[in-house]
Design a protein around this ligand. Structure first.
Ligand code: SAJ
Length: 425
């Protein structure tokens, strides 16, 4: 199977880097997105997201004519769908996945599908989503045959190949990571392998579409459960007056123990979301996975309670002060170290809630942003030294490199809450 033209549907955090990397291998790539701003930006050779190295690769690919973006899908040899899979808004509390963007993507490409095309779903999806997408395509194009009805003889090949790249390292991981290729039939897997071999240096391992869907959910659930273990230990150690970081360091000296790091909670758009796709389909079986989500989701409130208790202790020690006089500095707002991404950040949630509940000033330190987020309007954005000088209570929420070695020793230890042990990094 030859792929001279490849369409990427959805030019976000996964679609755009994938489009750019394929284009850098000198294939014609047509990126399709519903946002005119995104399409215009890319056609100018620029990017709308923050990801190291991506700007250079997109710029070169557009300039050399291998990558262009469009608002309307065009006929191609392969279609790679990388759109979001959020929760259903009306059932947000039940965490039911919403396939509406996959459905729209399928409907958008259906009119231009041709015999011999390959369609790949890359979006992280609940088990069964690829079969559902195939059903929507078949309904829209009764003149073509699909794997669910015609097996190996189908006109259209369909596979699920989940993305697994780490934000901040996307360009390297897109090329280096192994890929799980879940074809609806072996011929579908074979076709998808041929496509990924254009740019992937890792191994392409084939399986079924359903197993590939579950593999991706499993990877992120594994990490979530392991982070929950560390977060639960931090609560236990706090009660028992044991230093959790020392404890983890000691336990990790065992050759078969590798405990992850506690923190303010789990953020981002993947690990805090994907495990629910398993829970929502198998609620009775997925007990550990659900509990891990609950443990991690409960951590921001634990931090908030700690800060409020420290404010109370400060007032007891300083009888001339009122709650309005006590200033709290938060070090870090991003969802993980050394990035500027605040979306779904537990530290941002903590900041927003403290901003509502504390009477005194809230000082923010986030070296990766230059403007205070709208939801924290009125708070000051300071550098670490300014915040340390002005704050009565310091709370370190993210282990950004700029916070390494900060010396809080001038403050009484009960007024320094270092959730990520930045002082030891
Ligand atoms: N975190 C901790 N303690 C740790 C490690 C992480 O509290 O020891 C927190 C981080 O601070 C952050 C959250 O977990 O809030 C998630 O960060 P992360 O670096 O673990 O992962 P993501 O969300 O940036 O990317 C994950 C990756 N999945 C796995 O490592 C299994 C990535 O490979 C996936 O492609 C990505 O999800 C995705 O798109 O699904």
């Amino acid at each position: 199977m030859e792929f001279s033209t490849i369409a990427i549907v959805g030019l976000g955090y996964i679609g755009l880097p994938t489009a750019a990397v394929i284009a850098s291998r000198k294939r014609e790539v047509i990126g399709f997105d519903v946002s005119p701003v995104v399409v215009d930006t890319i056609n100018k050779g620029a990017i709308h997201i923050v990801e190291p190295e991506l700007d250079m690769i997109v710029h070169a690919a557009v300039k050399e004519g291998y990558l262009r973006a469009t608002l309307t899908p065009e006929p191609s040899d392969a279609f790679l769908i990388a759109v979001p899979t959020p929760f259903k808004a009306e059932q947000g509390k039940n965490h039911v996945p919403d396939l509406k963007y996959i459905e729209s993507a399928a409907m958008a490409i259906a009119p231009v599908l041709q015999k011999g095309n390959l369609v790949i779903l890359e979006s992280t999806s609940p088990v069964g989503a690829t079969e559902q997408m195939a059903a929507w395509l078949a309904e829209a194009r009764p003149d073509l045959t699909f794997p669910q009805s015609h097996g190996e003889q189908s006109d259209i090949r369909i596979a699920h190949c989940p993305e697994r790249v780490l934000p901040g390292h996307v360009i390297r991981e897109l090329v280096a990571n192994d890929r799980v290729i879940g074809g609806m039939t072996p011929a579908c897997s074979e076709a998808a392998c041929r496509l990924y071999e254009i740019f992937v240096e890792g191994e392409c391992v084939t399986t079924t579409a359903r197993t590939a869907e579950m593999a991706k959910l499993t990877e992120n659930s594994f990490r979530d459960v392991n982070i929950a273990f560390a977060n639960e230990l931090s609560l236990i150690c706090d009660k028992l007056d044991i230093d959790v970081w020392e404890l983890i360091g000691l336990a990790n000296r065992h050759p078969r123990v590798n405990i992850l790091k506690p923190g303010p909670g789990v953020g981002g758009h993947c690990i805090a979301v994907d495990p629910w796709f398993i829970v929502s389909e198998t609620p009775e079986q997925a007990r550990l996975i659900r509990t891990a989500r609950e443990v991690n989701d409960g951590k921001p409130q634990w931090v908030i309670d700690k800060v409020k208790a420290a404010v109370g202790a400060f007032l007891l020690k300083h009888s001339s002060h009122t709650a309005k006089d006590v200033s709290v500095a938060l070090f870090g707002l991003a969802f993980k170290p050394d990035i500027d991404d605040l979306r779904e950040s537990p530290s941002l949630t903590i900041a927003q809630q403290l901003n509502q509940e504390l009477a005194g000033p809230l000082l923010l330190v986030e070296p990766n942003i230059h403007v205070v987020p709208g939801s924290l309007a009125g708070c000051s954005l300071l550098n670490p030294e300014q915040a340390m000088a002005r704050a009565d209570i310091c709370v370190v929420l993210v282990a950004h490199k700029q916070f390494r070695g900060l010396n809080f020793s001038a403050k009484s230890s009960e007024f320094v809450i270092d959730v990520v042990a930045s002082g030891r990094a």
